[in-house]
Design a protein around this ligand. Sequence first.
Ligand code: BES
Ligand code: MN
Ligand code: ZN
Length: 522
Amino acid sequence: MHFSFGTGHASAAKADVLLLPLFDTDLSDKKHPPSAWVKSDKKLRGLLTKLAQQEGFKGKGEQTVVIQTHGKLGVARVILLGLGTRAKFNAEVLRLAIGRGIKAANKVKAKTALLQIPGVRELDASLQAAVEGAILGSYRYDKWRTTNKDEKGAPRVDKVQLLLPDGVKKDKAMEATVALARTIAGATAFARDLVNEPAGTMTPTILAEQAKAMAKEVGLALHVFDRKKIEELKMGMFLGVARGSVEEPKLIHLSYTPKDAEAAKRPAVALVGKAITFDSGGLSLKPSEGMLDMKTDMAGSAAVLGAMKVIAQLAPPFPVHGFMGACENMPSGHAYRLGDVLVSRLGKTVEITNTDAEGRLVLGDVLAYANELKPAVIIDLATLTGACIVALGPWVAGAFGDDDQLMWNVLESARSAGEDIWRLPITDTLKDVLKSDVADMKNAGDRMGGSITAAHFLKEFVGDTPWVHLDIAGPSNVSKEKGYLAKGATGFGVRTLVEFVRRRTSELNAADADDAMTGEEA
Ligand code: BES
Ligand code: MN
Ligand code: ZN
């Protein structure tokens, strides 16, 4: 999708559609009504007002109305997009609205669009959100369709002219914002593709190849370790899970190192993603309904790969690493059994009480490995527990970790990136649930507080390093389309991770500037 800054007015410029986001007060605003609305309405001799009324369009959030202009405007259709009340506005509201708008535009086979940016205080964030919403709203996974023409090969909006709000002039920073938004949305779509791909064609080997191609494209270093090397690394938990499958496990390590030698020495950010390419449950086999979506059990690693793709281009002044232990969880004559005891890389022993609690086993070994780099922080993302969906619903991710500062940074990054993440406690009261009679611990507790016991398990492998665990079992994959989300994979986590790295960059740069100032004064 190509973006440019339009020079004409929304009421005069030419395109197939005009995407016009409106607040609930805009239609009745006598003092400062948005000129895009007023002038277009005038040219249409009040038709917009009339049709909006007839269709019950009041600018409420989630409202979308498509209006034919019958050649009386530069655009063939105006798409009205409700933003709700100004008081509740944030960039995510616009991201969702533009996503809806692009879907409506594609439905009427539009190829070019004008996108009116609303007059809001958070202009930069809104511009970014609008571009992300447009690209992500256009996303379709139609690789495997051969027949349905509406789904595959149908025209889509590929040229968008961004129109700035009344009285705002374009500047260089805005172009950079659009470029960033395109990079982020592109990487999110890349993550969605990885997750949507069926498990048969997204094996650990193929995931590693995808990581390799991406690393080459953006200039990241990559190491892929095979079973032999994973054995040398004594990752007994990872190997235990991988044993039941004929697919070879892969340990994938991506790294970004700043060019500047001093910056390269800074403590790193380590990102770890769950990469179970298919989770059948193993011998603790899942029922069919529960297994159906389990190609998505590598969504954590997809988020890490998507984020690393952007980070390579952001080039922050500190190293960033991505780790994923990719394997399948399958039942077979080779599979790990209930009652088996696995020996982890850290030497801790684990009694297997449920082979479907496999994610924590692989993550445990990979977290321990990541921790050996002595990173400043570790963030992991994992479709870890169904219990997290029970707790927070399908749209919200759970965040766990005892380091309040890091937790705050992650939650703030999520909030500003428009991803819903809420903290849950790693409460001591549930620690005993993982006590084993035969080993140091067992891998699964009972149902109650299942996400918390999973977090307790992971915590055993990160030592004292500030760490946040994100359980993305819910929002990584949705069963209903919404805003800029299509049914299926969402690419959840990419935007939060990128925002986290951007904030960390700003903080470091600000601290450096402070140092330079005090240096001068001294
Ligand atoms: N991959 C699943 C968690 C999951 C469930 C993700 C639904 C997305 C949607 C995970 O490996 C799993 O099976 N967890 C078990 C843990 C239990 C056996 C302790 C669960 O949640 O039931
Ligand atoms: Mn499982
Ligand atoms: Zn799983």
